[in-house]
Design a protein around this ligand. Structure first.
Ligand code: ZN
Length: 50
């Protein structure tokens, strides 16, 4: 069978606390990606208290 042991990197979104995996659109900026989605990225400064 083909090589299947290679996993895509996974990070935990600090906003929703969910793991998300590498996506092609992040191929050039994966190191800078911290949030799973644009929605989480925008809410990073908005805590429940606000
Ligand atoms: Zn998220």
């Amino acid at each position: 069978m083909a090589k299947t042991g290679r996993q895509r990197p996974v990070k935990i979104c600090p906003v929703c606390q969910r793991p998300f995996s590498w996506r092609r659109k992040w191929k050039d900026s994966w190191d800078q990606v911290k949030y799973c989605s644009e929605r989480c990225r925008r809410s990073k400064r908005c805590r429940p208290s606000c």
